[in-house]
Ligand binder design. Structure first.
Ligand code: FES
Length: 162
């Protein structure tokens, strides 16, 4: 009989609103989500990323904390997921940014990061048009997590509903 995989603890302060009160519901068979894979689960208007990392299972928003691209379409490497849209990289075990999105912007504490540029190329000028200024003022937030458990070979997640 195979052992159940570990379930990653929810990083402090990053529990999704009302996941502590939501009932668990089955979302996918454990056997169909091997280590190194992830999937999107949608319930109502909530898109959840269920990931089976090398450290264990977790459930978080399937929305990049930058501009909401689906992380489930990105690449999982260990506990790190690469966003398919602007190459941001996030540590799913902590909810932290590992590589800032190429667009630049503000991190969660408001620190400004310039847009990515080729190494050894001259600095890009600061944005001046409205679109570029809005992009530079876009804040990268922390991921939010949902409670997850495994019962009878099924992964269950507590997904809040309105
Ligand atoms: S939407 Fe993911 S890095 Fe921009």
């Amino acid at each position: 009989m195979s052992r159940s995989p570990a379930i990653l603890p929810i990083p402090e302060g990053l529990l999704a609103v009302d996941s502590d009160r939501a009932p668990f519901e089955p979302v996918i068979e454990l056997a169909t989500l091997p280590v190194g894979s992830m999937c999107r689960v949608t319930r109502g208007d909530v898109d959840v990323l269920v990931a089976h990392t090398v450290a264990g299972l977790l459930a978080t928003d399937d929305r990049c904390p930058h501009m909401s691209a689906p992380l489930s379409q990105g690449r999982l490497d260990g506990c790190l997921v690469d966003c398919p849209l602007h190459s941001g990289r996030f540590d799913l075990s902590t909810g932290d940014v590992v590589r800032f999105p190429t667009t630049g912007g503000l991190d969660a504490d408001g620190t400004y990061h310039p847009a990515w540029q080729q190494p050894d190329s001259p600095p890009k000028p600061e944005p001046t048009d409205a679109k570029a200024m809005a992009r530079a003022a876009t804040r990268v937030r922390r991921l939010r997590y949902y409670r997850l458990r495994v019962r009878d070979g099924l992964i269950e997640v507590a997904i809040p509903r309105p």
